[in-house]
Write a protein that binds this ligand. Structure first.
Ligand code: CS2
Length: 497
């Protein structure tokens, strides 16, 4: 990688030296805060921040975003040094377009300063709180939706110390907001969870209900003052790398240590339930609706489920990125059958959408050669992702008496991935909040494919009972796992009927 030396650091003073098309859509630093965002990762910067900046640019409003990093200090330091500015580069086969985004009015670090986050949540100027904290930060059992506290959340429920978890921050922030009579607020999950608004509401109600030392009226205050609109969020945004930063230096001649690269495509569907008002996101291309459910199922099943399939099969076959995985001969045919025969038959899509057409668009997006999305990144946290991406598809198909063979292939590929070795014998990292129990179950059952499937299906926190007790699904998963173990991904995919 050729490194450009001498590029100045991105910041307010730099902006006027940039080409007009690379400057923010609003005057950075001039829009008062109205939104708090939890989860300052690449996805937020390339998605909600971009939509909100465009909405304020088009429709005005005091909707600057204070973005909170739960743990990472690096991004907070980078953005603080850059006057909260960062770049987004949209990458495609036809080239790239890089521009500075001015949506952020501030950044905070929750782990070192939780009180600042609690105070923000109690600020009457803040009327919208958005979240991209990943599936596991909700501390919900993926199958049942019940709150499942670890020691950090148990401590937050007990109180007496500053909150360390997302439910704990929301709990203490809303308690402070109620005490300050700071008015209603919308909490907006932008994570890839099923019925993410209802999940967030469930997390909140269970957290408030189980907390020690909060006023008795808090449950009623939350019911009357907090909405949890559901959303569907979509943009492929790989983790940033040194190459992302170097590309910005080349394009704009500035150093941006918070740079993100993403595909050009972005979509946001939002249920319109904002008791304290909201940015004019419809002016930025977002769809405001009464029910995001059909959009969410479409995206979780036909995009994320197919993404997970590509990631597991690709990683097993030694492919580093999703786009490289798609070059495995016949994998595209298998993914098309997964979409057409299983996903499309499992639910009713939004009006006017054909699932197979949507799936073709998804496969074209996955194939974007300019996006280096690592298969191992998408493969992470499978226990938290598989229920809504694949297992619900299987449950719904089986409820109508259909087979779910392609869904079973995804389960088998995840299981084989969890066993820890690629087809060429290289070890595969297994990052998952349930890595311990999954690995323990699999090592007990690893003698045969049947044993491995039985061990996995006994894990009730991952596999819904309808799937675990379904002999046909079990037989399909065993058959795919046997083929994957005996012949590897390439031959299994080539021979798939
Ligand atoms: C991916 C998603 O990492 C993953 O699990 O499937 O982050 C995906 O890129 C986004 O949901 C696309 O909107």
């Amino acid at each position: 990688m050729a490194v450009t030396v001498g590029a100045s650091r991105l910041g307010l003073g730099m902006v006027r030296h940039l080409p007009v098309e690379a400057r923010p859509l609003i005057r950075p630093g001039t829009v008062p805060t109205g939104v708090v965002h939890l989860g300052l990762g690449a996805f937020h910067r390339a998605h909600q921040a971009v939509f909100t900046e465009a909405a304020v640019g088009a429709a005005g409003g005091d909707w600057g975003i204070v973005a909170v990093a739960p743990r990472s200090t690096a991004v907070v330091e980078a953005l603080t040094a850059q006057d909260n500015l960062f770049t987004v580069s949209a990458l495609s086969a036809n080239g790239s377009a890089t521009r500075v985004v001015g949506a952020l009015s501030g950044v905070r670090h929750a782990a070192s300063d939780p009180d600042a986050v609690v105070a923000l949540l109690a600020d009457p100027a803040v009327r919208v709180v958005t979240l991209t904290v990943t599936e596991k930060a909700y501390h919900l059992d993926p199958v049942t939706g019940h709150l499942s506290p670890d020691s950090a959340l148990a401590a937050d429920l007990a109180g007496g110390a500053p909150p360390r978890t997302v439910p704990g921050l929301l709990l203490r922030g809303l308690a402070a907001r109620a005490a300050a009579d700071a008015g209603p607020v919308a909490l907006v999950s932008c994570d890839n969870l099923p019925a993410n608004g209802r999940r967030l509401r469930g997390m909140l109600d269970q957290t408030v209900g189980r907390a020690v030392g909060v006023p008795t009226g808090l449950v009623d205050w939350v019911a009357a003052n907090v909405s949890c609109p559901g959303t569907m969020v979509d943009r492929i945004v790989p983790a940033s790398t040194p190459e992302t930063i170097e590309a910005v230096r080349q394009a704009l001649g500035v150093t941006d240590l918070a740079a993100v690269a993403a595909e050009p495509y972005a979509q946001w569907v939002i249920e319109d339930d904002f008791p304290g008002g909201r940015p004019g996101w419809e002016h930025a291309g977002a769809v405001l609706t009464d029910d995001a459910g059909p959009w969410e199922r479409l995206k979780l099943r036909a995009l994320n489920g197919v993404h997970s399939a590509t990631a597991y099969l690709g990683a097993l076959a030694g492919r580093e990125t999703v786009a490289e995985a798609l070059e495995i001969p016949h994998l595209g045919d298998v993914l098309r059958r997964l979409i057409a025969e299983d996903v499309a038959a499992s639910f009713t899509p939004p009006d006017g959408v054909r699932v197979v057409d949507y799936g073709e668009q998804v496969l074209a997006r996955f194939g974007n050669p300019a996006i280096r999305h690592r298969t191992l990144q998408v493969a992470m946290d499978g226990s938290q992702k598989l229920p809504q991406r694949v297992l619900h598809t299987i449950v719904d198909l089986r409820a109508t008496g259909r087979s779910a063979r392609w869904g079973a292939l995804v389960v088998a590929s995840w299981l084989r991935f969890a066993l820890g070795y690629a087809d060429d014998g290289q070890p595969l990292p297994f990052q998952d909040p349930l890595a311990g129990p999954i690995r323990a179950a699999l090592s007990a059952g690893r003698q045969s494919p049947e044993g491995a499937v039985d061990a996995l299906f006994a894990l009730r926190e991952v596999i819904p009972v309808e799937v675990a007790e379904d002999d046909e699904v079990r037989a399909d998963v065993v058959a795919w796992l046997t083929a994957l173990q005996q012949h590897g991904v390439e031959a299994t995919v080539a021979g798939a009927r």
